[in-house]
Design a protein around this ligand. Structure first.
Ligand code: SME
Length: 166
């Protein structure tokens, strides 16, 4: 499975599993996850998380420039991916109606929802200064990465809203 992913995701997944091993705290794992993505993936200017709080998204651990703190569901690329519970790739953020600019250097973006047993926990968000930086192979690799992180953590420790559980 991991072997079928394109580079650099197989190695990234192995490193993530190593980082998460023996640690169930969502904040610790999210902080290391953001740092790992930032270090291993080229051409990024932001890598990190937003988590569900008060019915919307609030910024979590990240690397990059300071970002907008709260994003309502359905707003921006993050809120759109969260509301749809599906990965959104935006090749040119300037052509995405409602895109929220946190860093003027961003030109493309990918957002992957974090979902555990039907419960929306938040999103993983990566920005790039290069238009068209993110391909379907990135979506596949990052969805594995997100699933790996979701499985590694005890989300009861996170104080995340319980919305949409099943
Ligand atoms: N561009 C995002 C906002 C978050 S920053 O990129 C870190 C959006 O449109 O939701």
């Amino acid at each position: 499975m991991i072997q079928s992913l394109q580079e650099p995701y197989p190695e990234l997944l192995r490193q993530a599993e190593g980082l998460f091993a023996g640690e169930r705290d969502p904040w610790a794992n999210a902080a290391n996850a953001a740092a790992l993505l930032w270090e291993r993936l080229p051409e990024l200017n932001w890598a990190g998380f937003y988590f569900m709080r008060g019915g919307g998204l609030i910024v979590g651990p990240f690397q990059g420039r300071p970002a907008c703190v709260r994003i309502p569901l359905g707003h921006g690329v993050c809120g759109t991916a969260a509301a749809r519970r599906e990965t959104v790739i935006v090749q040119d953020v300037h052509a995405f109606a409602g895109h929220i600019t946190c860093d003027a250097a961003s030109n493309s973006e990918i957002v992957v929802p974090l979902v555990a047993q039907g419960r929306l926990l938040g999103v993983l968000d990566l920005d790039s200064p290069r238009c068209g930086r993110f391909a379907p192979a990135d979506a596949e690799g990052l969805e594995y990465f997100a699933a790996c992180m979701v499985a590694a953590c005890d989300w009861r420790l996170a104080g995340i809203d319980d919305i949409g559980g099943c």
